[in-house]
Design a protein around this ligand. Structure first.
Ligand code: NAD
Length: 469
C-alpha cells in the first residue's frame, strides 16, 4: 500500500461528496485545503547515549473554528500525507458532531513498542517544546490528544512540559486533552472513542429500515462481531458491545495473529492475557488464525480499529460482514469502499463512528477552562429541591428508596455519568441527522452523507464570519 493511498482516499471521499453540493468552487477548495503544516526534525539522545534524529509533524487543517484539535500518533509509518489526511478528517468529524474546533493532527516517526519509556518521554517533551516554539500548541491555538501509540502518559508529559515553559498561561491544563485524572483529565475519556463506537453501532441498528435492508434483526443483541486491533479504541468498543449490547465477539485480530470462536470470546480476559503474555494467541476456547483471515470470517459487524488501508480492493471481495464499523481512521481505502458499496455492505464512516473521543475531549477542554468539574456545578439549591422532592415522594408512596438511589436522586449525577450520557446523546443525535440527510438528499452512501454534511457546515461557518459573503 503506497503511503499516499490514505490521503488520496480522503481526497476522493471529499470530492465525491462535494459533487453533490452547490458550494462555489473556491470555497470548496478552502474547505479542503490544509492551512498550516509544521515538519520538524530534532535530536534526542537514545538509551545508548548516541544522538538520534527524530522526524515529526503537526498539521493544522482548518482555522474556521479555534482552537484546532487532533491526536498525536507515534508510529514508524507516520508521514506528512498521512498526518494531513488525519487532520482533514478531524475538521469534518468535529463539524459533523457539533464540536466547535478546527481539525489538526500530529505524528512522530518512532515505533513506540520498541522504544523505552525514557526515550519516549524525551521525544514527547522535545516535540512539545518544538510546537511551543512555532506557536503550534496552546489552549486557544491547537490542542492535541492521544492517538495510535500514545495515551494518558504522553498527554501528562505534554501538559507538564507546556506549563513549565508557558508559565503565564492561566489555562495551561487546557493545552491538551486525554490527560490522567490526577492532571485535570476527565473521567470517561480513556474509553470515550470505543464507547462512542458502541453507541454509534447501537444507533444504527435501531433503524429498522436499515436492518431490514441488511437482512438483520434490529438491535445489537446476539450480533456476531469481529475486531481488528485490541488497542484503546478497539478494546473499549468490544467491551461495551459485549457487556452493554449483548453482542458476541467471535473474532479478534492483532499484530501477532488472530483468534476465532463461534461461541464468543471474553474480551476482558483476552486483554488481561495480552497484557500478561504479550499475545492474544492460544486463548482458551478459541482457534488461532492468520491475522488477515480472521477479518474475512462470517460475522454481522466487522470493526477495524487499528490503522488505515486495512480493507482494500484486494480483500474487500472476501469480507463477509454486513456492516463495517470504521473505529480506526481510514481503515477502508477508496478501492475497498467501492467494492463494499457494490456488495451492499454498510460502511459506518470513521468521521462519525470514532467521534466519541473528540466529543469527550471537548468536555475536558471546557472543564479545564472553567476550572471546575461538571458535577460541582450542580448547585446546592438544586440539591435542596431534590431532597424535598424525594422526601415528599417517599411520604406519598409510603415506600423508602434504597440508600444509593436516594443519594443519586438528591446529589445528581457524578461527572462520569454526565460525560457518558452527553456522549450517548451526541452519538445518537448525530447518527439521526446523518441518516436523514442521506435519505433526504438521496446520496449514494452514509460516508458521502457524512462528508457532505460536514463540508456544508464548514463552508457555512466561513459565510457566517462574513469572509465570503
Ligand atoms: P492503539 O495504539 O491504542 O491501538 C491500536 C492497536 O492496533 C494496537 O494494539 C496494535 O497492536 C494493533 N494493530 C496494529 N496493526 C495491526 C494489524 N495489522 N492487525 C491487527 N492489529 C493491529 O491505538 P488507538 O488509539 O486505539 O487508535 C486506533 C485507531 O483509532 C487509529 O486509526 C486512530 O487514529 C483511531 N482513533 C483513535 C482515537 C483515540 O481516542 N485514541 C480517536 C479517534 C480515532
Amino acid at each position: 500500500m503506497s503511503r499516499g493511498a490514505f490521503f488520496e482516499s480522503v481526497s476522493t471521499y471529499f470530492d465525491r461528496a462535494a459533487s453533490f453540493s452547490k458550494i462555489e468552487k473556491g470555497l470548496l477548495k478552502q474547505v479542503k485545503t490544509c492551512n498550516s503544516i509544521y515538519r520538524m526534525r530534532f535530536p534526542v539522545r537514545g538509551d545508548d547515549g548516541q544522538v538520534r534524529v527524530v522526524e515529526a509533524f503537526r498539521a493544522e487543517h482548518s482555522y474556521h473554528r479555534l482552537p484546532t484539535k487532533g491526536g498525536i500518533r507515534f508510529s514508524r509509518m507516520v508521514n506528512l500525507n498521512e498526518t494531513v489526511a488525519l487532520a482533514a478528517l478531524m475538521t469534518y468529524k468535529c463539524a459533523l458532531v457539533g464540536v466547535p474546533f478546527g481539525g489538526a493532527k500530529g505524528g512522530v516517526r518512532i515505533s513506540p513498542a520498541s522504544e523505552s519509556e525514557g526515550f519516549r518521554e524525551r521525544v514527547i517533551r522535545r516535540y512539545t517544546a518544538e510546537l511551543i516554539r512555532k506557536n503550534f500548541i496552546g489552549p486557544d491555538i491547537d490542542v492535541p490528544a492521544p492517538d495510535y501509540g500514545t495515551g494518558e502518559r504522553e498527554m501528562g508529559l505534554i501538559v507538564d512540559t507546556y506549563k513549565n515553559i508557558c508559565m503565564n498561561e492561566q489555562n495551561a491544563y487546557a493545552c491538551v486533552t486525554g490527560k490522567p485524572l490526577t492532571m485535570q483529565g476527565i473521567p470517561g475519556r480513556t474509553q470515550a472513542t470505543g464507547q462512542g463506537v458502541y453507541f454509534g453501532l447501537k444507533a444504527a441498528l435501531e433503524k429498522k429500515e436499515l436492518t431490514a435492508q441488511l437482512d438483520l434483526t434490529p438491535g445489537l443483541s446476539g450480533k456476531r462481531v469481529i475486531l481488528q486491533g485490541l488497542g484503546k479504541v478497539g478494546f473499549h468498543a468490544v467491551k461495551h458491545l459485549q457487556k452493554d449490547g449483548g453482542a458476541v465477539i467471535v473474532g479478534v485480530s492483532e499484530q501477532e495473529g488472530g483468534i476465532y470462536s463461534s461461541d464468543g470470546i471474553d474480551v476482558e480476559a483476552l486483554l488481561r492475557q495480552r497484557q500478561e503474555t504479550g499475545s492474544i494467541l492460544n486463548f482458551p476456547g478459541a482457534e488461532n488464525r492468520d491475522r488477515g483471515a480472521v477479518m474475512e470470517e462470517s460475522c454481522d459487524i466487522l470493526i477495524p480499529a487499528a490503522l488505515e488501508n486495512q480493507i482494500t480492493a484486494e480483500n474487500a471481495p472476501r469480507i463477509q460482514a454486513k456492516i463495517v464499523g470504521e473505529a480506526a481512521n481510514g481503515p477502508v481505502d477508496r478501492g475497498g469502499d467501492e467494492i463494499l458499496r457494490k456488495r451492499g455492505i454498510l460502511v459506518i464512516p470513521d468521521l462519525y463512528l470514532n467521534a466519541g473521543g473528540v466529543t469527550v475531549s471537548y468536555f475536558e477542554w471546557l472543564k479545564n477552562r472553567s476550572g471546575v468539574s461538571f458535577d460541582r456545578m450542580i448547585s446546592r439549591h438544586e440539591e435542596m429541591v431534590n431532597r424535598e422532592m424525594v422526601n415528599a415522594m417517599e411520604t406519598l408512596t409510603g415506600q423508602k428508596l434504597a440508600a444509593d438511589r436516594r443519594e443519586e436522586l438528591i446529589l445528581g449525577p457524578d461527572e462520569l455519568r454526565l460525560v457518558v450520557s452527553a456522549l450517548e446523546e451526541t452519538m445518537n443525535r448525530s447518527f439521526g441527522k446523518i441518516y436523514e440527510f442521506w435519505r433526504e438528499r438521496d446520496l449514494p452512501d452514509l460516508r458521502t452523507a457524512a462528508f457532505l454534511k460536514a463540508i456544508e457546515k464548514v463552508a457555512n461557518s466561513y459565510k457566517d464570519h462574513g469572509i465570503f459573503p
